[in-house]
Write a protein that binds this ligand. Structure first.
Ligand code: GLU
Length: 467
């Protein structure tokens, strides 16, 4: 059985590069009817935090990367945690010492090794005592990387290395081997920054006489200066993109495209499981393109049906603490669906959707300065608004066609130019000059909102001219 794992260290946010690694592992497991496991590598107590672990887990769940086993935590699978497996590591450290493949080493305050022994150095118990793995310096260590091909390391270039720190905590290169072995991991897909670690890990597999998994090291995601994508380039965490209003479908679609050569551009990764193969993963560094991600998000946003989109939007409003707006939308769900359907044509993200559609949902919006300057200060404005109120009062059915007919009739009266007529009414009902199509907007707003907004602007103009 094929078994893969994602093994993040909870030392910060969930980087999109990590999610892409998790995604490739997940796809590979699903493709082969295998299992995908989550293991939190939290042995570094100083740098690990529960908060980061929570963020990683929430991010993976949001991205739909569910794992297939783990400790039962009330009906669902929790992650494995290295901090809960220290006894296992202890046992195998001792095994290596007994077999003379590892030994105790004592360091003085200046970090000089002053003593080594296969027995616990009791007389130095107040000093810093570590356990080191004895490296056989002969020959080479090699393996066949599924992406990079044959990789060779010279063994004379590395020294005996620490496997147990003086604080009693084993190091990553040791724990990863123990865990991958006992979790029966068959394939390790991870970032190419781990290639150099592979030498030490293979040495440990050999020392235990265990099978070595297949390794596949994938290129890192880069910023536009071709350096690994980091905060210097912009936001990098799943939370960041989620807050920015990027849909999970778009983020995952985009990450799948980073390094995976697939004959499609806009897709749901869950539909592409069967297309996944390590042979289609590129060995070239890939550059993270924020604009392309946003563009893809717009595509996904316009492909969703109204129910899906409104649910995504409500979730996002909840996530970003926009509770008042969220509650309003839930209470006025049919109206809200119509609003977002006409607004989504001009935006790419949920955040842009919020800005663009906001004035449909609140009645006491501010009028854009530009609108006030260009239209509300004109001598014809009050007549135009009064006429519009009369016309719309007499219209019962606010269908797009009827609304268009009325607006054209108002323009025909030539109170001002046609453009001025339409822009003045647009600003009156939505506060700004760039909105979805005017006829559709007025049809969606409906009679009550349109009339109360026209009356509101009438009051505003009268107050304004009094000043
Ligand atoms: N905890 C390691 C990391 O976050 C895991 C590397 C591996 O997959 O072996 O980079």
């Amino acid at each position: 059985m094929i078994r893969l794992r994602f093994a993040p260290s909870p030392t910060g946010s969930m980087h999109v590069g990590g999610v892409r690694t998790a995604l490739f592992n997940w796809l590979f497991a699903k493709k082969n009817n295998g299992k995908f496991i989550l293991r939190i590598e939290d042995t570094d107590k100083e740098r690990s935090s529960k908060e980061s672990e929570r963020e990683i887990i929430n991010s993976l769940k949001w991205c739909g990367l569910d794992w297939d086993e783990g400790p039962d935590i009330g009906g669902e699978y929790g992650p494995y945690r290295q901090s809960e497996r220290l006894d296992i590591y202890k046992k195998y450290i001792n095994f290596l010492i007994e077999k003379n493949m590892a030994y105790y080493a004592v360091y003085d305050k200046n970090n000089n090794e002053i003593y080594t022994s296969n027995n616990y150095p009791e007389k130095y118990k107040n000093e810093s005592i570590v356990v080191k793995f004895r490296v056989n310096k002969n020959g080479i260590t090699e393996y066949n990387d599924l992406l990079k091909g044959n990789i060779k390391f010279r063994n004379d270039l590395i020294d005996d290395f620490i496997i147990l720190r003086s604080n009693g905590i084993p190091v990553y290169n040791f724990t990863v081997v123990i865990d991958d072995h006992f979790m029966k991991i068959t394939h390790v897909i991870r970032g190419e920054d781990h290639i150099s670690n592979t030498q030490k890990q293979i040495m440990l597999y050999k020392a235990f006489g265990w099978d070595i998994p297949e390794f596949m090291h994938i290129p890192l995601i880069l910023g536009n200066d071709r350096k690994p994508l980091s905060k210097r380039h912009g936001g990098t965490s799943v939370e960041y993109f989620r807050k920015e209003g990027i849909l999970k479908d778009a983020l995952m679609n985009y990450l799948a495209l980073l390094g995976w050569t697939i004959n499609d551009e806009i897709f749901d990764y869950k539909d592409k499981i069967n297309d996944f193969s390590p042979d289609n993963i590129s060995n070239k560094g890939v550059i993270f393109d924020y604009d392309k991600l946003e563009w893809l998000c717009g595509k996904h946003l316009r492909l969703m049906d109204a129910d899906q989109l409104i649910n995504e939007y409500i979730d996002w409003l909840k996530y970003t603490d926009n509770h008042v707006l969220k509650d309003y939308i839930i209470k006025n769900i049919e109206y809200s669906k119509k609003v977002i359907l006409i607004c989504r044509e001009k935006i790419n993200t949920l955040k842009q959707l919020k800005d663009f559609s906001y004035n449909f949902f609140i009645d006491d919006f501010d009028y854009e300065e530009k609108y006030i300057e260009k239209y509300l200060k004109k001598e014809w404005i009050i007549e135009l608004i009064k006429t519009s109120i009369e016309k719309f009062e007499n219209l019962e059915d606010f269908s797009i066609e009827n609304v268009e007919k009325i607006l054209r009739e108002i323009a025909e009266l030539k109170i001002t130019s046609k453009k001025n007529t339409f822009q003045s009414i647009r600003g009156a009902v939505l506060g700004k000059l760039v909105t979805p199509g005017l006829f559709e907007s007025i049809a969606v707003l409906g009679k009550d909102r349109v009339l109360s907004r026209l009356r509101r602007v009438e009051v505003f103009i009268n107050e304004y001219f009094k000043k």
